[in-house]
Design a binder for this molecule. Sequence first.
Ligand code: HEC
Length: 147
Amino acid sequence: MVIVLFLVFATLQVFRPDFTNPPVVESKTLESELNVPEEIASILERSCRDCHTNRTVYPWYANIQPVGWYLMNHIREGRRELNFSEWGSFSNQKKRRKLREICEQVESREMPLPSYLLIHREAVLSDEDIKLLCQWTETEIEKIPEE
Ligand code: HEC
């Protein structure tokens, strides 16, 4: 029985997801388009980067399957919903909507994903972080012209 389980586990290791990050074009990133003060940049980097940019830092345990698949699913979905590295390709309407959603998602504590926070304690947002993020999104929304 133990041998069978071991063989199943060993076989899973062959099917490793592709952890290559898509390229980042600096001129298309959120940071290059919006005014991102230091404290906001540090929150986004600490709490959102791994799932919402093309600069994911993969932990060592991503190399163990099926953990890697589980992480990769979140990263793919997170990037699909909102990719800071591809901000420049959004319409103005979408930019405003995504900024609004950033505030909503952190206020309701749906983001960062709770499963991520279990391990990445440094990514937990304080009430002050949330307030700063929401003030920032409000300011930036004002600057984006309606189409
Ligand atoms: C561990 C991965 C992970 C982290 C870290 C993470 N997200 Fe997400 N995010 C996701 C996934 C997966 C989705 C899509 C599924 C969902 O909405 O639950 C998502 C969706 C979103 C959406 C779109 C929601 C919608 O309904 O349209 C916003 C906005 C968002 N995240 C903001 C953030 C912000 C801001 C941070 C950092 C403070 C953050 N996320 C951190 C994985 C993550």
